[in-house]
Design a protein around this ligand. Sequence first.
Ligand SMILES: Nc1nc2c(ncn2[C@@H]2O[C@H](COP(=O)(O)OP(=O)(O)OP(=O)(O)O)[C@@H](O)[C@H]2O)c(=O)[nH]1
Length: 421
Amino acid sequence: MLVNLSPAINEQLFIKSHYGVVIHRDFKALYADDNYARYFGYQSGQDIVSLTSLLQLIAPHEHESAIQAYRAVMSGKQQPGVSSYKNIDKNGNEFIVLTVDHVIEWQGEKAMQITIIDLSPHVETHRKLQASEERYRELVDGSIQGILVHKNFKPLFCNHAYAQMFGFEDDQALMNINSILPLISSIYHHQAQQDNQALLAGKKDAIKTESKGVRADGSTVWLSVLSRPVQWNGERVIQVTAMDITEQQLLRQQLEHRANYDGLTNLLNRRALSELLEKQFAYHQIHSAPLCCVLIDLDNFKAINDQYGHHIGDKILKLFAATSKKNIRESDYICRWGGEEFVLILPNTDIERAAFIAERLCDAIAKLRLPTGNGYVNFSASMGVSSLSDNTSNVDLLLSKADNALYQAKHLGKNRVVIAS
Ligand SMILES: Nc1nc2c(ncn2[C@@H]2O[C@H](COP(=O)(O)OP(=O)(O)OP(=O)(O)O)[C@@H](O)[C@H]2O)c(=O)[nH]1
C-alpha cells in the first residue's frame, strides 16, 4: 500500500501518538517522531535523524533479516506487514517491539514508514501477572497443606507439601506420574472415582473425606482431603487440599484399641464384650441360630500368685490368652471378663460343639508348663457352658447359666467343663 503523507500531517498525527513513527530509506532516518526517539532513550526525533543508520537500533543478529525484508517490501516482492523485532536502546538495553510497515512517498520518493508499538504496558502486565503467580506459588509451596490439581486423576499441579506427603523427592517427580490413583489405597478407588464424577458434573460443590494414601515407598499415609472443582486453563478440574492425619489416626486407633482391649492379655475387655454379646444375642434370637457362651475361671490362681509371684501370675494370664486364641475359630470371641475370669462367645455353635471346644481348650491349658525361676508351673481352668434356648430371655441369663455351670465345675474338683442344664 502506498500512502502519501506530508511531513506536516505526519507531525500532527504522530506527535501525540502512543506509537512511535520513523520514516527511512535504506535505514537512514528521514523523519522520526519524539515518541519513537523516546523508546530508544533519545530526546527527540531529530536525534534519530542524526543517526548514521537505524540498524544501530536493531539487534545485530536481526540486521540481515531486517535488510532483506526492507528490500522485498520496497521492490514490491513482499507486502508490507506486521513483525516483531528485538531492538536496542541508547543504553544497550534490548526490548521487543511490534512494527507495522507502510511504503509511503516522502518528498517525491518512496520511503518506508515504520510504526512501532510500545509493548511495554503489556510486558509490564505480564510481568505483574508472573510476579503474582510467583507469589501464589510461594504461598502454595509454603503451605503445610498438600495442594494438588488433577484432571481425571492426571496431575496438573502440585505443591511441595503434597509431593512430600506422598514421599516424592520433589513436586516434579510427582508431576511425572500419569495418574494419582495408585497413590490412593485401592479400597478407596471406587469412592474416589464417584466423587470425581460428582464434582465434575456439578452435583456437589465440595467433598470432604478421610482416606488412606499409598506413598512412593509403599507405606501408608492417612489424609483428610477436601476436593472441589476449579477452573484451570479454561477447564473444569479438581483441586485437592490434603492434610496428613496419620499421627491423629494412629492415636485414635490406639485409643479405640485401649477402650476395647485388655492391656495385659490384649483380649477384648469386658466393655467391648458386653456390647458384642448384646448384638450377637439379638442376631441369634432373630435368626433362631445357636449361640453358646463359656465362662472360664483359672483354678487356684491366688495360690499361684502367692507361690510364684504376681509377675508369673501375669505370664500365665498371657499364656492362657494366647492358647485360647489358638483353640478358637476366627468367628469366635474371647474376652477377659475380669481378674482370672474369661468369657468365650461361640456364634452359630450348638451346645455339643461348644462343649467339645471347651473340653479341648481345658485339656490344652492343663498341658501347659510355664518356666519360672523356681521350676515349671502348671495351671488349669474350670469352665461352664451355656446356650441360647427358648427360655434364655436376655444376655444376663445366658451368662448366669454359664456361671452356675462354672460354679459346679469348681465344686466338682476344678479343671473340668460343665454344661448348664
Ligand atoms: N497376677 C495376676 N493376678 C490376678 C490378676 N487379676 C486377678 N488376679 C488374682 O487372681 C486371684 C483370684 O483368686 P480367687 O478368686 O480366690 O480364685 P482362685 O485362687 O483362682 O480359686 P478358684 O477360683 O476357686 O480356683 C486373686 O489373688 C487375684 O489377685 C492379674 O491381672 N494378674
